[in-house]
Design a protein around this ligand. Structure first.
Ligand code: FES
Length: 88
């Protein structure tokens, strides 16, 4: 089973989170901060810190450590808020 991350196929095991699969695949950053553009990735791994946010199937601000991986889902790294409509 696989999902896409920024156009790249990522394989996962049943029950694995999106973030777990990404880390196993070597992806350490899934978003950038709003002002500085600094990379962020998994920190707490339990849904508390929100450092692992990414767009999942078009929805921004998804905590990928809490999101079960599903076959065929499309995950994209999130720039800033992930909401272009809020850009100033
Ligand atoms: S890594 Fe902290 S909320 Fe996902």
């Amino acid at each position: 089973m696989t999902f896409q991350f920024d156009g790249e196929e990522v394989s996962f095991r049943p029950g694995q989170s999106v973030q777990g699969a990404l880390v196993a695949h070597g992806v350490l950053a899934t978003r950038t901060t709003r002002l500085a553009g600094a990379p962020r990735g998994m920190f707490c791994g339990i849904g508390v810190c929100f450092d692992c946010l990414a767009k999942v199937d078009g929805e921004p601000d998804q905590r990928t450590c809490m999101t079960p991986a599903e076959d065929g889902m499309v995950v994209c790294a999130q720039e800033g808020t992930g909401r272009d409509d809020l850009a100033i």
